[in-house]
Design a protein around this ligand. Structure first.
Ligand SMILES: C[S@@+](CC[C@H](N)C(=O)[O-])C[C@H]1O[C@@H](n2cnc3c(N)ncnc32)[C@H](O)[C@@H]1O
Length: 217
């Protein structure tokens, strides 16, 4: 928790109730320890989608489909979502969950490794997505970045979750356990790249587990 727990709990107490099917899915995911977006991140995503009014959303990291379904509830009527997941255990649930709403025809689930699929998409759908949500293997964000940049439309928004790693990213490398040093180095490299890219303008927010908002110039 990177923000005082009491403050986060208070802010979350102000958030609007989820539609019941999402609330059930959220509880189930939490019970089964599936890492889904936190309340604070939900609120940020819904605000950004309401402002941006995207036409095509790309999500990297579906898990069981909670965030894709959440975004489908706040996106414009004609918007569609493409979401990527590779772990079979998650896909089994995602396939069912994503079919279970009236927005099912607006959601495309791509099954397989994100890097390979992003490369394929970048060849066919370059510049198509005006809203991209990165929420998959954190150590891979740097590898996804060139493809994601190709897929992001001009003026498009890239949201990346979990960038502050419970605050450990801000610590010196020497304060990090050996086991976590690779992810620490990679996340710092990713944050430096986002904030220094000439193609993006980026802000880093201490929301949830840390979120970056980037706009393609
Ligand atoms: C944090 S969870 C996504 C949570 C989801 N966005 C939500 O909030 O409901 C990250 C997901 O990325 C998936 N993932 C990790 N590495 C991946 C890869 N190389 N390709 C595709 N998916 C991957 C994991 O299996 C996991 O389900």
């Amino acid at each position: 928790m990177i923000v005082d727990e009491r403050i986060t709990a208070y802010i979350n107490s102000l958030s609007q109730e989820l539609p019941s099917f999402l609330s059930i899915l959220e509880k189930e995911a939490i019970r089964e320890e599936v890492p889904i977006i936190k309340k604070e991140t939900q609120s940020l995503l819904s605000f950004l989608i309401a402002m941006k009014k995207p036409a095509h959303i790309l999500e990297v990291g579906t898990a069981v489909g909670f965030s894709a379904l959440f975004m489908s509830e706040c996106m414009p009527k004609d918007c569609d979502i493409t979401t990527i997941e590779k772990v079979e255990m998650r896909l089994v649930k995602a396939r069912v969950n994503l079919k279970s709403t009236d927005k099912a025809d607006k959601i495309r689930l791509l099954e397989g490794d994100a890097l390979a699929l992003l490369k394929e998409l970048a060849e066919k759908e370059s510049g198509r997505y005006d809203f991209i949500f990165m929420d998959a293997a954190k150590a891979q964000y740097m590898n996804y970045f060139p493809e994601v940049l190709k897929l992001l439309a001009e003026d498009g928004i890239l949201v990346t979750d979990n960038v502050l790693q419970d605050g450990t990213v801000a610590q010196s490398r020497y304060g990090i356990t050996r086991r976590d040093r690779t992810i620490h180095t990679r996340m710092r490299e990713y944050l430096y790249t986002l904030t220094h890219s000439e193609e993006l303008s980026t802000t880093v927010l201490p929301v949830g587990d840390g979120v970056t908002l980037s706009r393609k110039r």
